[in-house]
Design a protein around this ligand. Sequence first.
Ligand code: PGA
Length: 248
Amino acid sequence: MARRKIVAGNWKMNMTPSEAVKLVEELKPLVASETVDVVFCVPAIDIVPVVEAVKGTNIAVGAENMYFEDKGAFTGEISADMLLDAGVKYVILGHSERRDYFKEDDVLLNKKVKKAFEKGLTPILCCGESLEQREMGVTMDWIRLQIKSDLVDVTAEQVASMVIAYEPIWAIGTGKTATTEQAQEVCKGIRELIAEMYDEATAEAVRIQYGGSVNAATAADLFSQPDIDGGLVGGAALKPDFGKIVNY
Ligand code: PGA
C-alpha cells in the first residue's frame, strides 16, 4: 500500500496566540489537500486557539515537545494528557534544537516516545547529523544510533504508525537544503534500519520526512523520492509558500 504523504510545519518559537490564529486563517485555504496529511506543530501557548481555528479543516495540530511524566512537580513542562485534552494529535520529539540547546539525550527521548505511544499521540521523531559528522563519513552510524536508542522497547505496530523526520543539522534554517540524492540516501538508510530492527512490513509502513530548508522550489523533487514521504518545514511553514509545499 502506498504511504500517504505528510507535510508538517514546525513553527518553533514564533507566533503569539493572536498571530497564530491570523496565520491559520491565511494558510487554511492554501493547505487544503485530499491526498496529503497536513500538520501544524505550534508553540504550547498557541495550541488551544489553533485547535479552535483549524476546526472543520484538514489541518491536524501538533506540539513541538512534551514531557514523559504523567503529572506532578515538573515546573514548566507539559504532559501528553494535557496535549490530548487540548486536541493535539502529533508531537515533535528530539528536534536537534531540543537536543542541542536543551541537552535532550536519547535516554530521555526514548521515555518521551514511549509515553507518546502509551497515550495515543503520534510522535514525529527527529534525527540528523552535524556537518562535522557528515564530513567524517559517520552520518548513517550516527542516525542509526539515534533511532535505535530512541526506539528501545517500541513495538513494530507503534513504529508503523509513527513519523521519522530526517533533518541534517547543517540544513536547518541555513538555506542549505540537502541535495535530493543526499536526502533520499539517508531516508532509505533509515527505512533499511527499521526493516533490520523490525520487519519489511513495518519499514514499508513508517513515514519518513525530510526537513531542513525545504521551500516551495525544492519540495516537489524531495517529496517525489521513493523513501521521502513528505517534509518537516520550519521557516517556510510561516508563509503562504507552505501551501505550495503541501500541494507540491
Ligand atoms: P527549516 O527548519 O525548514 O527552517 O530549515 C526545519 C526544522 O527545523 O524542522
